[in-house]
Design a protein around this ligand. Sequence first.
Ligand SMILES: CC(C)(COP(=O)(O)OP(=O)(O)OC[C@H]1O[C@@H](n2cnc3c(N)ncnc32)[C@H](O)[C@@H]1OP(=O)(O)O)[C@@H](O)C(=O)NCCC(=O)NCCS
Length: 428
Amino acid sequence: MKISGDEYVVRPGIPDDIAVLAAMNEGLHPYPGVGPWTRDLFERHPFVDFRDFVVAESRTERRIAASLVAINQQWTLGGTSVPAVQIELVGSDPRDRGHNLTGRMLDAVHQRCRTMGPALQLISGIPYFYRRFGYEYAVRPGDSIDVAAAVLQDHHCHSELDFFVRPAVSADAPALAGLDRSAVPADVLRCHRDETSWVYELSGRRKDSLPSVEVAVITDRLGAIAGYVVNSPRIGSDGALKVFAAECVNDDVWAGARAVMLRYLADAGAAAARRTGSQFTALRMLMPDGHQLMGMLPPVAVHRAEPWYARSGDLGALLKWCLPALAARWREHGWPRSVLVLDTYHEVIRLHFAAGRLHDIDVVARDALRSAADVVVPPGALLQLILGYATPSELLQIWPDMSVPEPTTLDFLAIGFPRLSASVWSVI
Ligand SMILES: CC(C)(COP(=O)(O)OP(=O)(O)OC[C@H]1O[C@@H](n2cnc3c(N)ncnc32)[C@H](O)[C@@H]1OP(=O)(O)O)[C@@H](O)C(=O)NCCC(=O)NCCS
């Protein structure tokens, strides 16, 4: 029986949904640990609870037909923190397909974001599908790079051991959060992990939950934490072990700790392979471009990263969140006029400068200032510009309806909006 669109009600999750959603998600998403992950999101996640699920229910059968979850996060853009939601576990019961339930559930998320603040919505997955709902590819993770297991064996033979490695424990959370604050390069787009997030990562999740990871800390001779490395506890069917993140407090530590990390990861890969009776073939580095852990290692394969979709219902607000980062990038490069005007075809966003320095951003009706625009930029291109998906010059090539009449304006934009490589290891 086909049910008409009106016969579905879209509502926030309730505590009683947990068992049905855990089972349903396990059936719809073919990865190990989806059921425990769903339960963690209901019960243990520090920034998510049942209300962050959106459920479509058939009125007549009182049965859950579809659901998704909007995971509350903070993302850092050039050192500025932006509230975001990452949408995960999107699924509909095969009996209920054909009713645009994903679109209706996403409408509910977007409505909530409008009233509650998250300026950015992020999602990864099915090619093209989320464009239907106003999303644009705008987050570019680094390509994932495979390093052969055999190369690692050679590599660590020559290492010096000034640093040590041990599994991380909850008590390490403050040091790890501090390390993230001080050491992560500003030109990386990433999900912010505070102390609470680290505690959750280290001891909060169910062990068999899909996003659970192994975290090891690198310590110096005095036992102080000088770095960390994060990998999947499982090996893929091709024998590759995924590495999600690695950081060190500074370049000197990287020089000594890289070999220690690689040896640890080689051992982790071999151990994960033994557990499944398979063979460890490679480390798969899922990290931003140019990551320090790669050093001079020769890649055996490079897999083009799948970009993430993003959306913002309020680009002016998103840009305003980025004001400190923009002001910092333009510190040495004053804008010669008091306003830089961006026309998005929907509204006009004004960047206000005093003595060349950016100090405010506001939005006005389009009619007022359209003719004075320094930059004409469709919303999708502006989102890509803000999230560093491509440089302004590259975007001009891609978007025929974008224009920057003055070459000096393009130079100025290039400084404010550099290309950013993203880390895909978010708090989910
Ligand atoms: C993806 C999914 C949630 C869509 O379900 P839905 O919201 O009920 O979608 P509908 O059946 O109403 O389809 C809406 C439109 O999207 C299209 N569509 C649906 N699934 C699609 C897919 N996997 N790829 C591309 N297009 C898809 C449909 O063809 C339809 O287009 P039309 O309106 O032009 O006919 C559902 O197929 C599903 O649960 N899949 C398994 C789990 C999954 O892959 N989740 C997404 C993880 S990112």
